[in-house]
Design a protein around this ligand. Structure first.
Ligand code: CA
Length: 223
């Protein structure tokens, strides 16, 4: 897996690079937008980490230009402290996800894994974990061949958990990927929906598939 990091803050760039290399990703770094854009055009990356404020071409411009050229590489945008407008324009420009600086490396790595896995699975429309099957085209869910009725939110939550099977998914990740801007982070809506889902997916079967990780989030896996 080859990742391009376009980030002019050298400390952040080297922190990301070191962390990714430890996880055996190969990493290229560009400290300005012009070099970053050049590298992104000529190399087949699995992911680009793209800061917005850069010397030379800025992140939003780079993202839009790559999409115009039909370069479909997943792009994780880095934004300065909670600038909601940056997030919106980042996603509008064709980025796949965003992360607000400063961030914990674990959170960053979780996003990277999700984006890379999503890319690998673009062509697959059926997700399967143990005897649980989800069809992304028809939105039908079956466990042990038996159809399970889900609401829209329950479906989106299950799909997200299955795309990240065997990985811990944090509440923050769920709130940002399954819920929209209206999400109230102080409510316990995620717990409520996970419980609904658990009742439908776990109850009545020998093996539990959805598990809580205390204080962190959830994981979908075979025990
Ligand atoms: Ca910057």
């Amino acid at each position: 897996m080859r990742i391009l990091v376009i980030e002019d803050e050298k400390k952040i760039a080297s922190f990301i690079k070191r962390g990714l290399k430890e996880k055996s990703y190969s990493v290229d770094v560009a400290f300005d937008g012009d070099k970053g854009f050049f590298l992104a055009e000529i190399n087949p990356y699995d992911l680009i980490v793209l800061d917005i404020m850069l010397p030379g071409k800025d992140g939003l411009f780079i993202c839009r230009e790559l999409r115009k050229k039909n370069i479909a590489v997943p792009i994780l945008m880095l934004t300065a402290r909670d600038e909601i407008e940056d997030k919106v324009s980042g996603l509008d420009s064709g980025a796949d996800d965003y992360l607000t600086k400063p961030f914990a490396f674990e959170e960053f790595l979780a996003r990277v894994r999700v984006l890379i896995r999503k890319k690998d699975k673009l062509k697959i429309t059926k997700l399967k974990v143990a005897d649980l099957e989800l069809d992304q085209l028809s939105h039908k869910v079956r466990r042990a061949g038996k159809e399970i009725e889900l609401t829209g939110t329950e479906y989106a939550l299950l799909e997200y958990l299955m795309l990240n099977a065997n990985q811990v998914v944090t509440r923050t990740m769920i709130s940002e990927h399954v819920w929209n801007e209206d999400f109230d982070s102080f409510s316990n809506v995620i717990n409520v929906y996970v419980n609904y889902l658990r009742n439908k997916i776990n109850t009545g079967f020998d093996k539990k598939l959805i598990h809580s990780i205390r204080g962190t989030g959830y994981i979908l896996k075979e025990e």
